[in-house]
Design a protein around this ligand. Structure first.
Ligand code: ASP
Ligand code: MG
Length: 439
């Protein structure tokens, strides 16, 4: 069994959807197809939900109309027969009608918001099913809301997902199954989601639940590149990466893959292939449990980072200090990314600064607190990097002209991360690329 996932741009137009159908037909069956919402849809729904939350229902409905216009143009291009068009329009009526009712609701809250956000994937999968049906291609729609489950902490429950999805596939799974990325139900049974970009995560969770042979993530770039192609010229896709390397890079900025999506695949040892819908013949990147050459293999950057430094005379030889510092972040449900310490101070980074004021206030009980905003984490990943003599020196040499705020090395064997002010990101990525990959 294979699980193949297509992102928003891959289903972003009627032609692209028909490419998705072709690519699906080329797969060995049974195959589970996970679809994102048509590109732009989730963003639009997020905006409408925000307006409805503020009580600006009229404005939300105007935006809903604009979105519907796009879909009204999409359907007759996608579906050609009378019956097909009729079905397409019925699908739009269902979902846009429902959205209209939701967005008009007084007391619009988070439950309604999640329902609104779910409509994008529900639409794309139903339209894709109608498209296959029109071409006489048999497929089965698997409603993600019937099997994708998260617990009270928002964590997916793979074994529950397995128990729920297996009966839906039938005794002898055959053919094409279609399901929605991103959406799920929470422990209260309400509609929920795996957070933005979560369709990749759905694919690897379903892959893990079904113990699939392979998970494929189809996007619009030919695999994971050795540096950010938007910032650096002549980047190259990596043919192969280990789960560990891919996880470091996805977490620290590589946009191609949702950071959580490596873990389920790694746990069940399911290879993940990153492929390009526009260039299906390209090799892409295979992420698996095997590793190859050592050294720094790829660089990624994550912006919008805030560094927090706590300096305390009392830290010297005091046990329990770090625990108290970490507890502050835990109480404010804010994950920490990088940490560096000295005898008198500790610096750490967060990317969610929502509760920063409260955190700073609480930390002031333990020492002087300094905050630096607009920082960027530059993450370098490579298998067993830590045992490669001279590699870290090479990297630091490449950025010697830049102000490096933090260095993190040795936390895992596969990663070296630097924190720099964001204004130097382009320079840092280009200098590192030159020194590490071209000289
Ligand atoms: N449609 C969702 C989003 O835009 C999920 C996804 O595309 O992965 O975030
Ligand atoms: Mg994505």
């Amino acid at each position: 069994m294979r699980v193949i996932k297509f992102g928003g741009t891959s289903v972003g137009s009627p032609e692209r959807m028909s490419t998705v159908a072709e690519l699906t037909l080329q797969q060995p069956q049974p195959v589970v197809v996970v679809l994102s919402a048509v590109s732009g849809t989730t963003n639009a729904l997020v905006e409408m939900a925000a307006l409805a939350t503020e009580g600006r229902h009229k404005k939300a409905l105007i935006q809903l109309d604009q979105l519907q216009e796009k879909y009204l143009a999409f359907v007759p291009e996608l579906l050609k027969t009378e019956a097909g068009k009729q079905q397409g329009n019925d699908i739009l009526k269902d979902h846009f009608g429902w959205l209209e009712r939701l967005l008009s609701k007084e007391g619009f809250g988070t439950v309604e918001e999640k329902e609104v956000l779910a409509q994008g994937e529900l639409l794309s999968t139903r339209l894709f099913s109608a498209f296959l049906k029109e071409r006489d291609i048999k497929s089965t729609l698997l409603p993600a809301l019937d099997f994708m489950r998260i617990d009270q902490w928002g964590e997916p429950e793979i074994e529950t997902i397995r128990e729920l999805v297996l009966p839906l596939l039938g005794e002898n799974p055959t053919g094409i199954y279609i399901t929605q990325g991103y959406i799920c139900r929470n422990h209260r049974g309400e509609i929920d989601n795996l957070r933005r970009g979560g369709s990749d995560y759905t694919a690897s969770l379903v892959g893990a639940a079904l113990r699939a042979d392979e998970v494929q993530i189809w996007t619009d770039i030919s695999g994971m590149h050795n540096n950010d192609p938007r910032v650096v010229a002549n980047t190259k896709p990596l043919a192969h990466m280990s789960f560990d390397e891919a996880a470091e890079l996805a977490y620290f900025g590589a946009k191609i893959l949702h950071p959580s999506s490596i873990l389920p695949a790694q746990k069940y040892n399911i290879p993940v292939r990153l492929l390009n819908t526009m260039k299906p013949q390209d090799e892409g990147t295979l992420i698996s449990g095997t590793t190859e050459e050592a050294g720094i293999r790829a660089i990624a950057a994550k912006d919008g980072i805030t560094a927090v430094k706590i300096r305390s005379g009392r830290m010297l030889m005091a046990y329990g200090f770090l625990r108290r510092v970490f507890e502050v972040f835990e109480q404010h449900r804010t994950p920490i990314d990088m940490i560096t310490t000295s005898e008198v101070a500790v610096s750490l980074t967060i990317d969610d600064a929502t509760n920063l004021d409260a955190i700073t206030k609480a930390l002031e009980a333990y020492g002087t607190v300094d905050v630096d905003r607009e920082q960027t984490i530059i993450c370098m990943a490579g298998y067993n990097l830590i045992n490669q003599r001279g590699k870290a020196a090479q990297a630091l040499e490449a950025v010697q002209h830049l102000p490096v705020r933090m260095i993190s090395y040795g936390g895992s064997r596969h990663n070296l991360s630097l924190l720099i002010p964001s204004q130097y990101k382009t320079d840092a990525l280009q200098s590192l690329h030159r020194r590490l990959f071209t000289e």
